[in-house]
Design a protein around this ligand. Structure first.
Ligand SMILES: [Zn+2]
Length: 398
């Protein structure tokens, strides 16, 4: 077989240097050890591992070797980019950080993986790197629920990204005459994503562009549903409105933030409140196995949860009044008369409005521009209350 390759190369006037070529045997090694491989009268030794087009080819544990390699390369790229600000809390907005990550790091993490069949555990290794970076970009606590990490930034999990690449690759295979490769990739998730089988001869093959578009839409709607279902089960995400947006669209909480250090800090405080990771006395009570008193340290009147901080605590009433007035004003000026009294007659609804106003988008008849304005006002509100609360708590601590 090597001679055939050598002859073909000669005919087409290119060289395959025997010293740079390697032979790797798949399957049981015993049968192959006795064979010798010759190319242009040179003996080529059997080896266990080699790199071809950036992918490691190996007789053993090929997937594991490649994944380790991908993660290492992606991590190196990530660290190299940290100087440019690819990290939370240092002045680059999460949306921009993600664009940098998507452009430079993600392609390295997923390079060539569309042709390997990865197991669930192998995908999880990649996912851990992916979600770790997304958390850092958004300056989120480790205990933040996974669906929120994806949904707020509008990012798909690694599994979805790999499937996207696999399905695009599948289209390229339609023109390929090698039936073995075709068969190997045929089981790729067409049915999972509600896509037509492009190897079915009765269906005309779509153009590459329209196929890519279709894959993108179907994968996005599949993962929107899946992530939202997961988020629905989580009590920490009870204020996150799951009827808004797609898995690949950024939530207004990040979308409304300009490239401005202070605004980004304010937004990240708000995101912690929205994802249930903003530490209040009630959380300390829960995490300390009920030894710490959950009562508010500022007013000593009732249990301090996020609702208490945002709408009840009398100690914060001056800030609340000052920063809530513009919110109320914006809503009443831009909605039919009586809407405010009808919708926001209880503290829970007010908390919901402050934390994720997209929930009332339809009832208020708000378009995107007003939502972003409202988001900015509620961001100030949350941050000012947080700031006051923290400074009072520090004073109490002495
Ligand atoms: Zn209080």
């Amino acid at each position: 077989m090597l001679n055939t390759i050598g002859r073909y190369a000669n005919q087409h006037h290119y060289n395959i240097p025997p010293t740079k070529s390697k032979v790797i045997c798949y399957g049981s090694a015993k049968n192959h050890r006795t064979n010798t491989w010759n190319l242009s009268d040179n003996i080529i030794e059997l080896s266990n591992e080699t790199t071809h087009l950036g992918l490691k080819r190996s007789s053993k544990k090929e997937n594991e070797v490649n994944i380790e390699d991908r993660v290492k390369s992606a991590r190196r790229t990530k660290y190299a980019l940290m100087n440019s600000g690819l990290h939370g809390t240092n002045g680059l907005s999460p949306k921009i950080s993600y664009t940098i990550y998507r452009t430079y790091v993600l392609p390295r993490l997923l390079y060539g993986l569309e042709i390997l069949s990865l197991t669930k555990t192998q995908i999880q290794i990649l996912e851990r790197f992916h979600i770790g970076t997304l958390r850092a970009i958004q300056a989120l606590a480790t205990r933040t629920a996974k669906p929120a990490v994806y949904l707020l930034l509008g990012v798909l999990p690694v599994e979805a990204e790999i499937h996207k690449r696999k399905l695009t690759f599948l289209h390229s295979l339609t023109t390929c005459s090698n039936n073995k490769i075709k068969r190997n990739h045929q089981q790729t998730n067409c049915t999972k994503y509600n896509l037509p089988d492009i190897f079915d001869k009765n269906i005309p093959i779509p153009s590459k562009l329209s196929w890519k578009k279709l894959v993108k839409t179907e994968i996005s709607s599949f993962w929107t549903l899946r992530l939202k279902e997961e988020a629905h089960q989580m009590s920490s995400l009870k204020f996150l409105n799951l009827n808004f947006g797609n898995a690949d669209s950024t939530h207004p909480v990040w979308d409304s933030v300009e490239q401005n250090l202070i605004e980004i800090r304010k937004a990240s405080t708000k995101v912690r409140m929205l994802t249930g990771t903003y530490m209040v006395q009630a959380d300390k009570h829960k995490f300390s196995q009920y030894t710490i008193d959950p009562t508010c340290l500022l007013c000593h009147r009732e249990i301090e949860d996020i609702l208490h901080v945002l709408t009840q605590c009398p100690v914060l009433c001056n800030e609340r009044k000052e920063y809530f007035t513009p919110i109320k004003q914006l809503v009443t000026e831009n909605s039919p008369p009586g809407t405010w009294e009808l919708l926001f007659n209880n503290k829970l609804a007010v908390t919901q409005l402050v934390l994720d106003c997209t929930k009332y988008m339809k009832q208020l008849g708000f378009k995107e521009e007003l939502i972003l304005k409202l988001e900015t006002l509620t961001r100030h509100f949350c941050f000012k209350l947080h700031y006051k609360r923290i400074s009072l708590l520090k004073k109490l601590d002495g």
